[in-house]
Design a protein. Structure first.
Length: 255
């Protein structure tokens, strides 16, 4: 189970990224491996984070769904470039299926057009042309006209159960701050990781990085050495259109 204080740190950064104008703050790169050992990566949206892990939803017959069925492990990475310091959050671990009741509840909260699309699109499969997809959409709309759209059997959620979680903050001269938290028995071990020095002194967005108000990593590093992760008030701005991000709150895209 993720410590609540690490969940809170993530939510603080996520809210700060949204307030700073990040277009899709919940977007994360998701890496999986197929049965030939070939890595695949794509961007998906985080839909929930709680003590169990990071949840996302997809067509389970898609490439990633089939890969997770055969190799139920994955890695994710968030990149927020609009903060005073560029931030990455990375996690790796096993993946489990979200239970049916939870998937049903989330599917019911989606816009009707997205629900129709989940039935109409055979994700990752060859498609003759756009007209074929639009025809399928029309057929599904007619099928469910005037009634709620149920969740398709081939659509569900996955939860990555972090075994490692890293907070990465960009710093000058490529001497970035990296703190990694790893499962160790019933607890978590904290390690500071080295980053090689470069010679450009610039962040990935091409701007000099600064010690700004979003610099949460030193607060993590200053937490109690016994792993108690003392909480701090950060004073970070909250996105006015963002819901409260705590516990098992569902993360909704800006809109």
């Amino acid at each position: 189970m993720l410590p609540q204080r690490l969940i809170d740190r993530f939510h603080e950064l996520l809210a700060a990224a949204a307030a700073a104008g990040e277009p899709e703050p919940t977007a994360m790169s998701l890496a999986t491996v197929d049965d030939q050992g070939q890595p695949w990566v794509r961007v998906v949206l985080l839909k929930a984070l709680d003590a169990r892990g990071f949840s996302f939803y997809t067509n389970t017959d898609s490439d990633k769904g089939r890969q997770l069925a055969g190799q139920p492990r994955a890695a994710i990475c968030f990149l927020w470039k609009h903060l005073d310091q560029v931030v990455q959050v990375r996690a790796q671990g096993p993946v489990e299926a979200v239970d049916a009741a939870e998937a049903d509840a989330y599917f019911a909260s989606r816009p009707r057009g997205s629900q129709i699309g989940a039935w109409a699109s055979a994700q990752s499969r060859p498609l003759a042309d756009r007209a074929t997809l639009e025809q399928r959409i029309g057929e599904v709309e007619a099928r469910f006209q005037g009634v709620p759209v149920p969740r398709p059997a081939h659509w569900g959620g996955y939860r990555l159960l972090p075994q490692r979680l890293e907070f990465w903050h960009g710093r000058e001269n490529r001497l970035h701050d990296r703190l990694r938290f790893s499962r160790a028995g019933d607890g978590w071990r904290r390690e500071r990781l080295a980053r090689r020095a470069g010679n450009h002194g610039r962040s990935p967005r091409g701007l000099r990085v600064s010690m700004g108000r979003h610099d949460l990593l030193p607060r993590l590093a200053a937490d109690a050495a016994d792993g108690s992760f003392q909480s701090h008030r950060t004073g970070l701005p909250r996105a006015r259109r963002w819901p409260a991000l705590c516990g098992d709150a569902v993360l909704r895209p800006l809109g």
